[in-house]
Ligand binder design. Structure first.
Ligand code: A2P
Length: 268
């Protein structure tokens, strides 16, 4: 197995450095087979969400893989539109039923606002929902908790009002979209940054400037883009439904030089 290294969360829980993302992977055979392929390729970290609608297929693929549950890190997310305590408790239970495990490894608030109101102020509601997250954590049904798509203001509101601090913030992160201030704020507060869409949902793949760097290392644009996120100190969550890409995206044990990192930092 390659890439079986870990980041360590603030509570000591170890999290494999590359996660397999399942956003937009349809439930049923496609999600099931993709997760099976990922586990065969060596991934030990699978990222899903209630909103993806594929938690049941993800859970089934993990069980059918024959790999010990304890070896696989499983993340899911509370839907972004759930902004009160009671609903948060119910939805967390719903995830557990769908995914079919006694525990998951990480549960995130999917976004600080409902997707229909991006940028709206739900500070008070997020603080309330965080209480449900803390209790879910204390119940042992998840080994860690965190947030996703939170900016500095959203994170600070939780930090100022929590008993248990978020351990992760999952944000969109790729070459040309570095979110440096948010990432630095997370790091300063002991919050691991996870990066979704490390390939900019595929838009990065035809980039000639990244292709030139990739050629130097004998790697693909996808591999350089995923490696870049790792070298920024964040945890990449690439996704694919094609076995050859799934394998390729996990094969990123090489080092981008400091000069090339500066060059990639400069790309828009
Ligand atoms: P597919 O799902 O058809 O395999 P991101 O992780 O940034 O969201 O990007 C995911 C997109 O990039 C998907 O459309 C996926 O295609 C595609 N993709 C993933 N890995 C690779 C790769 N190694 N080479 C080319 N395309 C890839």
């Amino acid at each position: 197995m390659k890439n079986n290294e870990f980041f360590t969360l603030a509570n000591g829980v170890k999290i494999p450095t590359i996660g397999f993302g399942t956003w937009q992977i349809p439930s049923g055979d496609i999600a099931y087979n993709s997760v099976k392929e990922a586990l065969e390729a060596g991934y030990r970290h699978i990222d899903t969400a209630q909103a993806y609608g594929n938690e049941a297929s993800v859970g089934q693929a993990i069980r059918d893989s024959g790999i010990d549950r304890g070896e696989i890190f499983v993340t899911s997310k509370l839907p972004a539109e759930i902004k009160n305590y009671e609903q948060a408790v119910r939805r967390a239970e719903f995830t557990m039923k769908k995914i079919g495990f006694e525990y998951i490894d990480l549960y995130l608030i999917h976004a600080p606002w409902p997707w229909t109101e991006i940028g709206a102020d739900y500070t008070k509601e997020n603080i309330e929902v965080w209480k449900a997250m803390e209790e879910f954590y204390e119940s042992g049904k998840t080994r860690s908790i965190g947030v996703s798509n939170f900016n500095i203001k959203d994170i600070d509101a939780i930090l100022e009002n929590c008993r248990i601090r978020p351990m992760v913030n999952q944000i969109k992160l790729h070459i040309g979209h570095r979110q440096e201030e948010t990432a630095a704020h997370c790091t300063a507060n002991g919050i691991l940054v996870e990066g979704y869409s490390p390939l900019a949902t595929g838009r990065i793949l035809g980039n000639g400037e990244i292709a030139r760097i990739a050629e130097k290392y004998g790697k693909t644009v996808a591999q350089v883009s995923i490696r870049y996120v790792l070298q920024k100190g964040a945890l990449p969550l690439p996704k694919s439904t094609h076995p050859e890409y799934i394998i390729q995206n996990f094969d990123v044990n090489f080092e981008i030089s400091p000069d090339d990192m500066i060059y990639l930092d400069g790309l828009k």
